[in-house]
Design a protein around this ligand. Sequence first.
Ligand code: CIR
Length: 252
Amino acid sequence: MLAITREISPAIARCELTFLPRAPIDLARARAQHLEYERALADAGCTVERLSTASDLPDSVFVEDIAVAVDECAVIMRPGAEPRRAETQVVAEALGRHRRLAFIHPPATIDGGDVLVVGRRVFVGRSRRTDDAGIEQLRAVLAPSGYEVIGMAVRGCLHLKSAVTAVSADTLLVNRAWIPADRFADFTLLDVDPAEPHAANALLVRDVVIYPAAFPHTRARLEAHGFEVRPVEMDELAKAEGAVTCCSLILR
Ligand code: CIR
């Protein structure tokens, strides 16, 4: 497995913020935590390819938003936040070495953080970043390869994957307050601890769940259900509204 990551920009202090007030980010600490995250990816069996960044790309560490990679192709997103669109070029070059590329075209917008791929099903959040035209273009690219693209509303959080991620092929970790959980009827749903609303973002690599250390109660729930959890400190990037899935693109 290949994990594509991207260096934290020296301009991260100018990141996009939607739900959080701006708080100072300690760049050295953020980079140390990011390195630890990459180590967790490597320990889980990934070869890590870290892309370089530029001083004018504050959010470039969050590579997940820039593309959706499946076995057959990689789809380069058109991010909903205009300043983030300049991030696509370097990510497309990197993915183009491993996958056939497809692109989302204007005026549609879609962020990879709104796209949850589970087997042949692709759930897409309609959010502040992702519109119906973006969902429709993603469907047009993926449907011929046998993927079912399912759009749904997201409210109260940045992205679909702030509210739901897969921790196994048939189990989803969810915060039902932000998504219509009845749309996931044939999955086992594991709820976040009510004291940890931001705890639904987990990164499954093979059978290891890479997971923020900030959510011990939900972590205990995962472990009680038999999941192997690898905790990582992500609190500096959390100030930029980033979490564990956002910082990598995983290719099989
Ligand atoms: C943004 O607002 O775009 C960044 N500051 C955070 C993006 C986090 N990405 C993700 O959850 N997939």
